[in-house]
Design a protein around this ligand. Structure first.
Ligand SMILES: [Fe+2]
Length: 360
């Protein structure tokens, strides 16, 4: 077959693809809020951000204000409320006792994350929802209590799904100079994308050669519990939460869609609660040198998705986005993308490739 240009691909892709309209249409965004974000379990914050009785932490899920509070006996509960405007604090008089809060299902699972859902009748537990996607890192993140040592957020003019995509497809890894230098070995290309029920995927580990990069050092000494030195696992959770364990530091990303072309992403970095001050300092350095706002990786992803967002703004020309590469589930196989958009299509009751004929 001769090489094909954009028009040829648009006409007859004949392989798996999705429509770019699902990244740009206001009606799609509104239906995602209603059909997906109002229904699924959301990892809203980490229990270490609210360590004491009466501590609270707020967020917004599907345009609703949600607060998580630590009560007696270290029980954390979540509520719908319009009464709390601060991101965090310690004050039970903010409205709970006036009875205006509506309680939501809440669980603390997978390394101390606080999970809640707006769906009072959610038929699943968190474990049923995550469906084994965390098994690969469970021994590392659940053996010891973790603590958030880093938080920052970014508001980017792009669709939230592009943040999922950048954590799921690995072509763009060639954009990361640090990864090219320290990671592109045989093990890297043999990594597997492993799909789980409910749209989740994890990416199996390989050994990162940190010392290949000038000024960086081996990270084996501070590996998380039960983790071989310098390993790197990723869990991509539907519909857009990412958990990333790079040996000595752990990171979580939470997305809050703000419109078809705007997303709030919250980044947290974690160490072990039992860290000595010196260990903690080293973990922070390891975390920030890769994932801090001035690190070797994270801002490159943000620039990437901002650029992709520019090409898919509302009103731009619709096109097909190909997810057709098959390589036995290895790192450049797009099985993770196909798995995610298959799940997305189920929740949205629309075929992601069908130019968005939404049932609205
Ligand atoms: Fe990346």
């Amino acid at each position: 077959m001769p090489p094909r240009n954009h028009k040829d691909w648009s006409k007859t892709p004949k392989i798996e693809y999705i429509s770019s309209l699902i990244y740009s249409e206001q009606s799609v965004y509104e239906q995602e809020i209603q059909n997906i974000f109002s229904k699924v379990w959301i990892p809203m914050c980490h229990s270490s951000e609210m360590p004491n009785f009466g501590d609270f932490r707020t967020t917004q899920i599907a345009l609703k204000n949600v607060v998580a509070v630590r009560f007696e006996n270290n029980v954390i509960r979540a509520f719908l409320t319009d009464k709390v405007r601060r991101p965090s604090g310690n004050d039970l008089s903010i409205g709970y006792h006036s009875g205006v809060w509506t309680e939501l299902p809440c669980e603390v699972r997978h390394g101390g994350m606080v999970w809640t859902t707006l769906d009072q009748d959610n038929p699943m537990t968190v474990d049923q929802w995550t469906a084994g996607a965390f098994d690969c890192i469970a021994d590392a993140i659940d053996a010891e209590e973790m603590e958030v040592f880093h938080y920052h957020k970014a508001i980017i003019d792009t669709n939230y799904k592009l943040w999922h995509d950048t954590n799921s497809e690995f072509y763009h890894d060639f954009m990361h100079y640090f990864n090219r230098v320290s990671g592109f070995n045989d093990e890297y290309f043999a990594r597997k994308n492993i799909p789980f029920d409910n749209g989740h995927v994890n990416v199996s580990s390989f050994t990162v050669n940190y010392e290949e990069y000038d000024g960086f050092e081996d990270r084996g000494e501070l590996s998380f519990p039960n983790l071989p030195p310098n390993q790197w696992y990723m869990v991509d959770l539907f519909p857009g939460f990412n958990f990333n364990l790079r040996g000595s530091a752990y990171r979580s990303d939470s997305v809050t869609p703000l419109g078809p072309n705007k997303v709030l992403i919250e980044f947290r970095g974690y160490g072990l609660k039992k860290d000595t001050p010196e260990e903690r300092q080293t973990r922070i350095k390891h975390h920030n040198s890769i994932w801090g706002p001035f690190g070797r990786n994270l801002h490159e992803d943000l620039i990437g998705v901002a650029g992709q967002g520019t090409t898919m703004r509302p009103g731009t020309e619709p096109r097909n986005i190909l997810h057709g590469r098959h390589e036995n589930g290895t790192i450049h196989d797009e099985v993770g993308m196909r798995h995610y958009y298959g799940e997305w299509s189920k929740w949205m009751q629309v075929d992601a490739s069908a130019n968005c004929q939404l049932a609205v």
